[in-house]
Design a protein around this ligand. Structure first.
Ligand SMILES: Cc1ncc(C[n+]2csc(CCOP(=O)(O)OP(=O)(O)O)c2C)c(N)n1
Ligand SMILES: [Mg+2]
Length: 209
């Protein structure tokens, strides 16, 4: 699809959200992206309008690149739904559960294949999904049945703060072609902006991060 948003605009959007968070305007967990703008713009260039997109807890960039409106997204975030971004018009779905989407994406891909649809499924996951059995099952099924689904593994070598080496030693999986991997180094820490914000007296009631 034609990408209408630039690297600069993506970064500016996240910076704005970061400032809103620091100003206690968003008393909810948020996950910012950063450092992966160019890779995502390239990937979204391959996605066609009407394809299904499954996102993660870091959903903002995916939604904007899918054609979602920044104003609508800001409203969703301010309402506490940064990790629950859904848009039926864009076939866009998110889950905050690590590896919560691959099996759903697989089911959608199976349905598309049975319907002989031209549409595809794109399922974004972090490298934390490699730690989860659901991801393996979904990849195996998609690979084995040639389903129209690509898993984009966004590898920042971190599950929250924990690098791969600490999580599973030297073990590395060679994934089939339906898993595309890109690497990036995060520019924001896991939640919020890395600064402690005192939310006492607000709806958030402290940190649940
Ligand atoms: C099933 C499940 N286990 C644990 C968590 C808590 N959790 C939230 S994000 C995250 C990190 C997952 O790693 P990755 O997908 O690579 O995301 P990143 O840390 O790079 O943002 C974890 C463990 C969760 N949301 N779901
Ligand atoms: Mg990660």
């Amino acid at each position: 699809m034609e990408i209408k948003i630039t690297v600069k605009e993506l970064i500016e959007f996240e910076n704005k959200i970061a400032h809103l968070w620091e100003d206690k305007k968003i008393p909810y967990p948020i996950h910012l992206s950063g450092g992966n703008e160019k890779q995502l713009i390239e990937i979204f260039g391959e996605i066609n309008k009407g394809d299904y997109i499954f996102s993660t807890h870091r959903s903002h960039y995916h939604y904007l690149l899918a054609g979602g409106s920044p104003e609508k997204l800001e409203k969703i975030i301010l309402e506490g739904n940064s990790m629950h971004v859904f848009d039926k018009e864009l076939n866009f779905l998110t889950s905050a559960i690590v590896s919560g989407t691959p099996t759903i994406a697989t089911g959608v891909a199976l349905a598309l294949k049975l319907k002989k649809s031209e549409k595809k499924v794109w399922c974004f996951v972090g490298d934390g999904a490699e730690d989860e059995g659901h991801f393996y099952e979904a990849v195996r099924y998609v690979d084995g049945h040639d389903l129209p689904c690509t898993f984009i593994l966004e590898d920042n070598d971190r599950s929250v703060e924990t690098p791969r080496e600490v999580r599973y030693g030297k073990s590395r999986i060679k994934w089939p072609d339906c898993v595309k991997i890109y690497n990036y180094k995060i520019t924001y820490p896991h939640v919020g902006t890395g600064k402690w914000v005192d939310f006492s007296g607000t709806k958030a009631g402290g940190s649940s991060f």
